[in-house]
Ligand binder design. Structure first.
Ligand code: PLP
Length: 284
């Protein structure tokens, strides 16, 4: 594939960074994944806003405009043949001459981007979707999960525990047994037709799929949504459980810790929500 690295496009095999890059040594960087289908991106503006905010959180100075990012995304989509592509954008603090924890002065950030194939856009059809199986774990990550940091070891370790047990994802709960999110997705329950999802704070990533979905549902008004604490007990007794991310859209979960969610089938509220999402996702 063709990738972007520090101002140039090149085949992936030719892209080289310094081993002294702080992204490599410390996971000191911010990233994004923007989904695109047939050349059309979903949530480009909000994705770039979140990346700029993330760079602000960790004092990485790179003043690219949305148009500059848009150009890189468009070129990667074109050079990689379109279709269903996730555009991965990555800004690390850059390569210093020494390994020292403090932020260095006068080091230029490294900007890397590539395109990778993602599943086709989710079809709002119960017969065409396979429900997800998840397990549960105590969330052992740090207290700044709102930052989309490239330092993903916590998420990777949680995902791996689920993966090794044959799960598609894993739901995370804080020490009070309150749902935070999944290892690479935001999480939701549905009970008696009402959707509930944890509020945005330091315990979860402010997902762009979540943001778009909640605005669509608020505008439509037919499905009630609550942003509030969701307990583990509520998850285990929910009618439906969903997880969302840029590459999965709204994914229905049909099994938690080996037990069926509701009747063990993909739910009607999922169908209504994914139908609205599919129709309106490009408006954001
Ligand atoms: N939570 C975590 C930990 C993630 O890594 C992601 C990204 O995939 C999400 C939530 C969902 O965010 P988005 O909808 O912006 O892809």
């Amino acid at each position: 594939s063709i990738v972007y690295l520090d101002g140039a496009y090149m085949p992936m095999e030719e892209a080289k960074i310094s081993p002294m890059d702080r992204g490599f040594l410390f996971g000191d960087g911010i990233y994004e994944v923007v989904p695109s289908y047939d050349g059309k991106m979903v949530g480009f503006g909000p994705h770039i806003d979140r990346m700029i905010e993330g760079m602000g959180f960790i004092d990485i100075k790179l003043d690219w405009s949305h148009d500059q990012w848009k150009d890189v995304c468009d070129q990667l989509i074109e050079k990689n043949g379109g279709g269903n592509l996730g555009i991965y954008l990555h800004v690390s603090r850059g390569a210093d001459s020494k390994r020292f924890h403090a932020y260095p002065d006068n080091v230029a950030p490294t900007v890397f981007a590539f395109a990778f194939e993602i599943p086709p856009a989710t079809v709002a059809d119960k017969t065409k979707i396979k429900g997800y199986k998840v397990n549960t774990q105590q969330d052992l990550r740090w207290d700044r999960c709102n930052i989309k940091s490239t330092a993903l070891l916590g998420n990777v370790m949680h995902f791996q525990v689920g993966h090794a047990a044959g799960m598609n994802e894993t739901l995370l709960f804080n020490a009070n047994d309150e749902l935070t999110e999944a290892s690479a997705c935001n999480a939701y329950i549905v009970k008696d037709g009402v959707v509930a999802t944890p509020p945005l704070d330091h315990q979860c990533l402010p997902g762009i799929t979540r943001k778009i979905l909640l605005s669509i549902l608020a505008k439509d008004g037919s499905i009630k949504v609550e942003e509030r604490i969701v307990t583990k007990e509520e998850v285990l007794n929910a009618d439906e459980v969903w997880i969302t991310s840029s590459s999965k859209e709204i994914a229905p979960v049909i099994e938690v810790d080996g037990k069926p969610v509701g009747n063990g089938e993909v739910g009607d509220v999922w169908l209504a929500a994914q139908t609205l999402y599919s129709a309106q996702k490009y408006d954001y």
